[in-house]
Design a protein. Structure first.
Length: 181
């Protein structure tokens, strides 16, 4: 058995989109995943499964989600080692200490196109930052403005399938999978 992290895209945004974590956990257990745990109510799962190809696991979870909840959501899966590597690769450690909820990573299904990541820099305000690490996109965004152009620009259309988590969530998921190693 191997430990995995699954991130569901946007299950709490918008009317009738909310998913109860107990129902999500039951769905995952229903397809044979073991020791299923959730972290906060934003679609984060940690579980154990036989070693399989990540795309196969993503498809299984997406199909089960659609069958259970009646709609499709993109689900990004990483093995525990890859999640720990992602967390250790945070290019903004100082900012993460000071304002952890303003540091986020967009975890990508496939590496974000280099030109799309470069284009994000033009949307960043003076106090915002962008970095690509192993195909995922790290952002430091500002709360000084009502809305960040950088956050709005880091979307599916521009970057491909992915989902964002702030540093607090990344760190807590790393602690969860690190305790299972």
């Amino acid at each position: 058995m191997k430990t995995y992290v699954a991130l569901l895209y946007s299950i709490i945004l918008g009317e009738r989109r909310r998913v109860v974590m107990a129902d999500l956990k039951a769905m995952a257990e229903g397809i044979g995943l073991k020791n299923v745990r959730t972290l906060v109510a934003t679609g984060n799962l940690v579980f154990e499964a036989r070693t399989v190809k990540i795309p196969d696991l993503e498809r299984r979870l997406e199909m089960a989600f659609e069958e259970t909840f009646g709609r499709h959501v993109d689900i990004i899966v990483r093995g525990a080692e890859d999640w720990l590597k992602l967390a250790a690769g945070n290019p903004f450690p100082a900012e993460s200490v000071d304002t952890a909820d303003q540091v986020a990573v967009r975890v990508m299904r496939r590496s974000a196109p280099v030109e799309a990541v470069e284009a994000l820099h033009s949307y960043a305000a003076e106090d915002e930052k962008v970095a690509s690490v192993d195909g995922d996109i790290w952002l430091v965004f500002s709360r000084e403005r009502p809305s960040s152009r950088l956050l709005a620009a880091a979307n599916h259309k521009r970057l491909g399938v992915g989902t964002s988590r702030n540093w607090n969530t990344v760190r807590r998921l790393a602690e969860m999978v690190g305790s299972r190693q």
